[in-house]
Design a protein around this ligand. Sequence first.
Ligand code: ATP
Ligand code: MG
Length: 243
Amino acid sequence: MRDRVKTGIKNFDAIIAGGIPRGNQVALAGGPGAGKTLFSFEYLYNNAKEGNVSLMFSLEETSDMIIENAKAAFPDFNDIDDLISQNKLVIYGSEKTGQYVQRDTDGGSYSFNELVSGIGSLVSSYNASNLVIDSITVIKLMIKDKLSYRQLTMDLINNLRSQNVTSLMTIELDTATKEEIQFKSEFFMYDGIISLYLEGEGNNRVPILEVIKMRGSDHSFSTYPYEIKSNGIKVLSLPQMND
Ligand SMILES: Nc1ncnc2c1ncn2[C@@H]1O[C@H](COP(=O)(O)OP(=O)(O)OP(=O)(O)O)[C@@H](O)[C@H]1O
Ligand SMILES: [Mg+2]
């Protein structure tokens, strides 16, 4: 049996045959406000609660913002501060991660030389078994050259695989709905893709999720609505079990 890392998100692990295969690097894609940050936070929180060091590397929000938003969305997670003080849940917000992304002296382009090795060092110094990078798209926006972006992402993925850390990397899509979605070639690099959407109109928009691929797993191809509740995310319909 392959060693799997549970997300702990209610009804989600059953969809992916019990959890994410350990060491997999999974893209968590979705439009603006689709729930990427909250989903990935809960993955880390649940694993931290199990005693496994879980690291959030955010290029988007400060540590305070991440913690504040998570507490507001999940008021029942009342031990977030304890897990942080025990270094089980490690939040590296943009106030700390900025040093890995520096403008060159000419001011025109960004330098990412330290990013891959920097994330790798953090994972090993904290002995993290679970990682979130929020978001990969920030890096993409700063790199003008497509080939350099793919090379950097590939280096990052290979490095993290070799460290056997199980990661979710968020990717911002331009659209929120499933119909309009286009998966670009960069997605082939990842071991898995989870996609979050908002469907419906106006006040009736509901979040849904879909597993596009998960290497090493006989996963469901259905789409599932989910809810953000005070005690965590809950996927609403259980998958059809195979015969
Ligand atoms: N308690 C809650 N109940 C229901 N929905 C909530 C709750 N708290 C937040 N949300 C929803 O979650 C969304 C934000 O989720 P999150 O920050 O994870 O999205 P995201 O995909 O990371 O967004 P972004 O593209 O801005 O990074 C909010 O727009 C809101 O619709
Ligand atoms: Mg976000």
